[in-house]
Design a protein around this ligand. Sequence first.
Ligand SMILES: [Zn+2]
Ligand SMILES: [Zn+2]
Length: 434
Amino acid sequence: MNLATLIACATCRDALTADQHDDTIIYRHAVTESDHQPRPVNASLLKSVRNACHTCTGAPPVWNYHTSRLQIGTSIDGPIETYNEQWHVCLRCAQFIEADDSDGLTARCAGRMRWHPDSPDYAVLRLLHRGIVLSRNERTLLTTTPWPPARLTAEMLPKIRDRLTGLLRGPANLPTPINNTDQRQALAARLDLIPMYWINHEYTAQVQALTANQPTAWINDELAPSEAGLLVWPEPVGHSSQLAAVSWTPQADGWHFIGYRSVGAGAGVDQDLMQSVRHEIGWLVPIHAEYIARGTGIDGDHPLGPLATTWLFIHQRMTETVAAKPDKSTAKAYARAKRPAPDIRVVQIQPRSAEPARHAEPAAGRTRAKPTHRFWVSGHERNQAYGPGRSLRQKIEIQPFLKGDEDLPIKLSTTVRILGRRTDDDRTPGTSSE
Ligand SMILES: [Zn+2]
Ligand SMILES: [Zn+2]
């Protein structure tokens, strides 16, 4: 489930607020009702969308404050304006709200609009901001904020993980599908102990180049490098280049996956606020949540496609994993808290001098003529005979793999499918035995 779909009004192209009541979602315009009904559509379908802070109308919003219904009448028998109960607010405005400083909020917002403190508009704004600050009851982290990406390093992993578990244990709401308190606590407890994988730059570049064409891979125990984990790429991957990390934890007959975008300190973010961003949010914001049953096939187009591709390379033993030590201050902090040392694993493409990758793949046939490029060989499911007299069958999944030496150019247009006629070069043992 995509958690980061921005919904906007097709008529006015303003981002909308969403209020979920059981199975129905009510969309509203920002601040007050408009002269037209909202027509909610996925914002990616619209040319330009206005997704600005509801109070200062400036920076993109980061927090959604839930307030009581606010109504303001400017004269005794004049009209009464009714306001939305949700306020999408930028980092700077949220600082004023958190500090209960409604006058500071008004001064900032009126200043941006050049409203004089003696003007009637200013007085209404001050009332409105007081209403927001006094009647707010909870806030939700918006997962649609277009953060600049962060550069994530292996040394940062313990901190990144600990801020994520802090967010899960903290008071801020997350999107409804991942907001259940018990599940948040359970996930945080699990993340405290998981191995953390950092994919190096060269490997990440290969994943990014090869994901789009990745044939179906089967999510199973054999493919997953560990039962649970957090995997981080140094820069985001995937077709929208947003996916910075994925966590997986076992659940019933499969895994619960959460994909995250990273929060960078780049352009458009006030640098003096970064410290509080790191404290309140951290480095990762969830953008995708999904339960995947054991044995489910996913290909490169899937939102978690880059994870499947990364796992396939590890599975194919194209990579080597090196344990990394945390820096001294992290190691000390963990020891002081009587926590086990963080399990950091750096994963990189094997050096060229190593055994060529295809020899490590048991499914790869002996090649007489060397391939001149690298290409995906699709996987498949087959029924394997076992038991007395080989009378029983069990389904096993043969994963796709990348064929050819690493220094060969990649031919992305070619995916060899194990169907019908095939050349000697493309054959994989196991397919012919059926
Ligand atoms: Zn509209
Ligand atoms: Zn603002």
